[in-house]
Design a protein around this ligand. Structure first.
Ligand code: HEC
Ligand code: HEC
Ligand code: HEC
Ligand code: HEC
Ligand code: HEC
Ligand code: HEC
Ligand code: HEC
Ligand code: HEC
Ligand code: HEC
Length: 494
């Protein structure tokens, strides 16, 4: 009986001890481990995510990466995990200590090749995008783009995937001024790869496109002056489709904005030749159809007026028909204008008559001659406008009213701007007709001013007899007064 009691007691005590031991061990375990979230180890990604549109829409790490909501980690290991998580690339050497088991449901970091489809899971889904009013064509377009085709058909993962243009975690709304796809930030977004020879050489693409664009009239307008009407990379290339369908060279997209110039260009002899690099042939220094350095040729009529005045100050005795005056004007004009022959010489160089080009000798001569004439006509009109507009202003400063002439000068200005556009036809006959009208209008303004000045002259002379009459009349009056005074006013006796 007592043995039984002792046996039960011992069993009871050992059970109790085991229990205490178990509880103790568990307690100890729990004291050494800690509950953590993704953000506890990946604070950089968490901070980037926090400012994104995705976070605002309730998307979290696990939506894209899977994994557990909460992990339990040894306190002592946490710091090394955190360190490894912040530099995952370098952690391979001490992987055994720092590799973290994210659990069964963890999908890891997607391969670059998988990214477009991962983003497309939501962004191609009309039901998911409708509440936010976002289109769902990005993935479909991306597949057709140079980037997408190279990725999917050639397995080239150096191309841009969604995260290269939109950032991985700090995805912002595209109209946010800090967004990497806001128009003024786009050149920098493309530059990361498109100016890097180590990426571009393999594809044999120019590494100068971004540099050229930034120096171009459009790049300067957008980046320096903040003119949002200027095209940026994605205006011409599309946001998701890297080549505009149907366009094979830069010069084919210009007409979307410069309709009049394109229309006139289509009338020119060059439009017949499919290999002609179109706009780029004259608006860049090279004839390379990939050249993105589109430069400005025209100076504003107002700038021309300033130049005209400056030249007149140095060459006071000259007229606009004077060749010295014209030369000086062209040199000082801003931007300085190249003789059109220089553009034409890119292709029509009579001195380069080698091989088959000998056949073109005559054509080249003709082209150069026409270029020269066109150039002179447009320059003549530029100076002509400046001279007339300046005169209207100067005359208007006196007592003469010049409203009519000012209106006519405004018409002249429109004609001048039209000439710069119209010369794209390379049709000398039409341009000469236009110039004739231009000169006629300029003459009309001049004559009208002359007439008003002559009127003023007559008015000046007409005053002389009036003044003479007034003076004689005053003298006569004075003599009369003197006489009357002596006759009637007798002095008082002393
Ligand atoms: C205890 C710290 C810790 C927590 C919590 C944690 N991670 Fe990690 N994570 C790491 C470490 C360390 C690495 C790098 C080494 C490795 O791959 O194991 C890493 C790597 C990653 C990678 C890159 C994997 C790759 O293939 O390169 C992703 C993605 C990631 N974690 C996402 C998450 C997500 C999502 C969560 C939350 C659901 C999370 N992590 C929670 C420590 C952690
Ligand atoms: C919209 C989907 C999405 C969400 C949400 C997201 N990630 Fe990622 N994450 C990605 C993609 C895609 C990559 C691969 C990027 C790449 O390779 O360019 C990635 C890469 C990573 C990497 C590896 C970074 C590296 O340099 O290799 C870590 C770590 C990571 N994510 C952690 C997180 C954490 C933590 C969160 C939550 C705060 C999170 N991610 C939320 C899509 C997402
Ligand atoms: C789980 C679904 C989901 C996934 C996966 C996802 N997105 Fe989104 N994304 C959204 C939602 C929802 C919005 C709208 C948020 C809002 O407007 O508030 C959004 C908005 C955006 C926007 C802003 C659009 C704008 O201009 O308003 C961009 C850019 C974007 N996502 C890119 C990506 C990229 C890149 C990936 C892949 C790394 C990705 N998304 C993955 C759901 C997702
Ligand atoms: C080569 C750079 C580039 C790549 C790659 C790219 N995008 Fe975009 N994305 C842009 C630009 C630029 C815009 C902003 C202009 C616009 O609204 O069209 C934009 C806009 C968006 C928008 C907002 C659309 C809208 O109309 O408001 C979403 C959503 C988006 N991208 C998702 C994606 C997804 C998903 C992918 C991958 C399949 C992707 N992008 C790949 C450059 C890119
Ligand atoms: C992550 C690097 C990367 C970024 C960022 C990038 N690209 Fe590209 N892009 C490439 C690579 C690589 C190729 C060459 C693909 C090939 O070999 O066919 C390419 C090709 C192109 C092409 C030529 C397509 C063709 O074959 O006709 C155009 C145009 C282009 N990119 C425009 C852009 C624009 C515009 C942007 C910015 C909005 C941009 N890219 C951003 C890597 C990038
Ligand atoms: C005014 C319109 C326009 C603008 C602005 C523009 N491009 Fe282009 N670009 C084109 C056209 C058109 C092509 C010719 C497409 C072809 O031949 O495949 C081209 C060609 C390219 C090519 C292929 C070059 C090669 O070597 O074959 C790349 C890369 C490129 N552009 C990138 C850019 C980038 C990056 C920007 C912004 C910095 C930009 N483009 C701005 C119209 C433009
Ligand atoms: C998205 C519209 C757009 C596209 C596409 C575009 N441009 Fe422009 N361009 C402008 C705007 C806006 C201006 C500045 C306003 C102006 O002077 O007409 C400008 C100015 C110019 C100028 C300077 C004119 C001046 O008076 O200073 C030239 C030259 C020019 N563009 C040529 C081109 C060529 C060549 C192309 C094709 C490669 C092209 N543009 C494509 C919008 C565009
Ligand atoms: C044969 C050479 C040549 C070609 C081809 C050419 N241009 Fe021009 N372009 C010029 C010259 C020269 C001027 C300057 C006229 C002047 O002296 O004022 C000019 C002026 C311009 C201007 C500014 C003047 C204005 O009136 O707005 C724009 C914009 C322009 N061109 C766009 C284009 C576009 C777009 C194309 C293609 C459709 C094109 N050009 C093709 C030679 C050319
Ligand atoms: C990018 C090269 C290039 C530039 C720049 C260029 N041309 Fe041409 N031009 C051609 C080609 C090609 C032809 C067609 C030659 C043929 O008949 O096969 C041509 C033909 C002509 C013709 C003859 C058309 C005919 O059939 O009678 C004239 C005139 C002409 N160009 C004028 C000019 C003028 C003026 C300029 C400068 C403002 C100029 N071109 C600049 C390439 C160019």
């Amino acid at each position: 009986m007592s043995f039984k009691i002792v046996k039960y007691c011992m069993l009871y005590v050992s059970g109790l001890l085991t229990l205490i031991l178990c509880v103790g061990i568990t307690w100890g375990e729990m004291a050494d481990s800690q509950k953590v979230l993704c953000a506890d180890c990946h604070d950089k990604e968490d901070a980037e995510m926090a400012k994104s549109v995705h976070a605002a829409a309730g998307i979290d790490c696990r939506t894209c990466h899977g994994g557990e909501k909460i992990y339990s980690v040894e306190r002592t290991d946490l710091e090394s995990y955190r360190q490894a998580a912040s530099e995952p690339e370098n952690s391979s050497s001490n992987k055994i200590v720092t590799s973290f088991d994210h659990g069964e449901t963890f999908q890891g970091k997607p391969l670059r090749k998988e990214i477009p489809e991962r983003c497309g899971n939501c962004h191609s889904d009309v039901a998911k995008m409708n509440p936010y009013g976002l289109p769902t064509d990005q993935l479909a377009q991306y597949r057709l783009s140079g980037h997408g085709q190279s990725l999917f058909t050639k397995n080239n993962d150096r191309v841009a995937v969604c995260t290269d243009c939109h950032d991985t975690h700090a995805v912002l709304e595209s109209k946010d001024p800090d967004s990497s796809v806001c128009p003024k930030n786009i050149p920098a977004t493309c530059e990361r790869c498109h100016s890097d020879p180590s990426i571009m050489d393999a594809s044999n693409l120019s590494i100068r496109v971004v540099e050229e664009y930034i120096a171009s009239v459009h790049g300067q307008g957008l980046l320096e002056e903040g003119d949002m009407g200027m095209p940026t990379c994605s205006t011409c290339h599309g946001s998701h489709s890297a080549i505009p369908p149907g366009y094979r060279d830069v010069g084919h997209v210009c007409g979307r904005c410069h309709q009049q110039e394109e229309q006139y260009f289509m009338e020119s002899p060059h439009a017949k030749f499919p290999l002609f690099p179109r706009c780029v042939g004259c608006h860049t220094r090279s004839v390379d159809k990939r050249d993105h350095l589109i430069s400005k040729v025209v100076a504003s009529p107002e700038a021309n007026k300033k130049t005209y005045l400056a030249v007149r100050r140095t060459l006071p005795d000259t007229t606009i028909d004077d060749s010295t005056f014209q030369e000086e004007f062209v040199i000082r004009r801003e931007p300085p204008v190249q003789h059109y022959e220089r553009y034409c010489r890119h292709c029509h160089d009579p001195s380069k008559q080698v091989g088959h080009r000998t056949w073109f000798a005559e054509l080249d001569e003709k082209a150069m001659q026409e270029g020269k004439e066109l150039y002179q006509l447009v320059r003549y009109a530029e100076i002509g406008y400046a001279a007339v507009a300046t005169r209207v202003e100067e005359v208007g400063r006196g007592i003469i009213l010049v409203q009519d002439e000012a209106l006519m000068a405004e018409d002249l200005r429109t004609k001048l701007v039209g000439l710069g556009t119209m010369q794209h036809t390379l049709n000398l006959e039409n341009l000469k007709k236009e110039i004739d009208e231009f000169v006629a209008l300029a003459d009309q303004i001049d004559q009208s001013l002359d007439k008003k000045l002559r009127h003023l002259w007559w008015r000046h002379w007409a005053l002389i007899p009036i003044w003479a009459f007034l003076i004689i009349f005053t003298i006569a009056l004075w003599i009369k007064y003197k006489r009357l005074k002596t006759k009637w006013v007798t002095p008082l006796p002393e």
